[in-house]
Design a protein around this ligand. Structure first.
Ligand SMILES: C[S@@+](CC[C@H](N)C(=O)[O-])C[C@H]1O[C@@H](n2cnc3c(N)ncnc32)[C@H](O)[C@@H]1O
Length: 265
């Protein structure tokens, strides 16, 4: 099974459900883009539907809510708006199914318990890594993923090999090898994206649409000058201090992923 680091389960004070306003803002910011994409690029007349005219939506890396519910609601509203056009009358009986995906150890119980009562769609959970095939061939009409695809499937192997020059012994950030470390991460990201896109290429119906919102840095801006970069530096120096004070043990190792950087103690 793929490595996974599930969001904090349940609906307590420290749960993801109560601590995901940053990700909520991303969903809100993407709403207009999703409306535009569906209005301009999704040709409902070209899409193949089963006998029940069901429009299949998958949300990949959905976590436990509530953001995923807002995102799928936005998608459904945009499709419904399109269905009002006179040339789509034959599709007016369309139903919606939403396939909520995340890793096996995601808290699907909380997700299902908090499904909106007023929802206009059938819901199902699909456990597994989105770096692999998750759905039958040519069955999805719309694939959505927000704030999830920058999760790598694993730490690049060069960084966890104690014999590699990139193995971090002294500092939480591998300052001497910044370029090589960045290359190791970008190589892993490239492989992961390739697997992701290959899987979706088979699962989407011809003419289907995919909207991905992803954590990214504009070209030319060093990671250290971004919000997560500043946070990474602070957290890194705290870990080094703790290690020096022998407050944390060097064995076993602690891995902390932040904005694509792995810290090891
Ligand atoms: C920050 S949460 C975002 C959740 C939700 N999309 C939102 O906007 O609130 C990222 C989610 O991606 C999931 N994830 C990361 N890698 C994944 C993978 N390979 N397959 C499926 N889910 C994955 C994590 O388990 C986590 O629940």
């Amino acid at each position: 099974m793929a490595q996974s680091y599930p969001m904090v389960s349940g609906d307590g004070a420290h749960s993801y459900a109560k601590n995901s306003t940053l990700q909520r803002r991303v969903v809100d910011a993407a709403k207009e883009l999703i409306y535009e994409a569906i209005s301009d690029k999704l040709d409902l007349k070209l899409l193949k539907f089963d006998a029940s005219n069901t429009f299949q939506i998958a949300d990949l890396g959905c976590s436990i809510g509530p953001n995923t519910f807002i995102a799928v609601q936005n998608i459904i509203e945009a499709v419904e708006l399109k269905l009002l056009q006179p040339d789509h009358q034959n599709l007016s009986s369309m139903e919606f199914q939403v396939l909520f995906n995340d890793h096996y150890d995601n808290d699907f119980n909380t997700l299902f318990k908090s499904l909106p009562h007023s929802r206009k769609y059938f819901a199902a959970g699909v456990p597994g890594s989105f770096h692999n095939r998750l759905f039958p061939k040519a069955t999805l009409h719309f694939v959505h993923s927000s704030y999830s695809l920058h999760w790598l499937s694993k730490v690049p192997k060069e960084l966890v090999d104690q014999n590699s020059p990139l193995w971090n012994k002294e500092s939480a950030r591998r300052r001497r090898f910044v370029k090589e470390v960045a290359e190791a991460y970008s190589g892993q990201f490239k492989n992961d994206m390739e697997s992701f896109l290959n899987a979706r290429a088979q699962e989407l119906v011809p003419g289907g649409l995919m909207v991905i919102t992803i954590h990214a840095i504009p070209d030319g801006i060093p990671f250290s000058q971004t919000g997560p970069g500043v946070l990474a530096d602070v957290l890194g120096s705290c870990l080094v201090d703790l290690a020096k004070m022998v407050r944390i043990n060097r064995s076993p190792q602690i891995f902390i992923f932040l904005g694509g950087i792995v810290f090891t103690t």
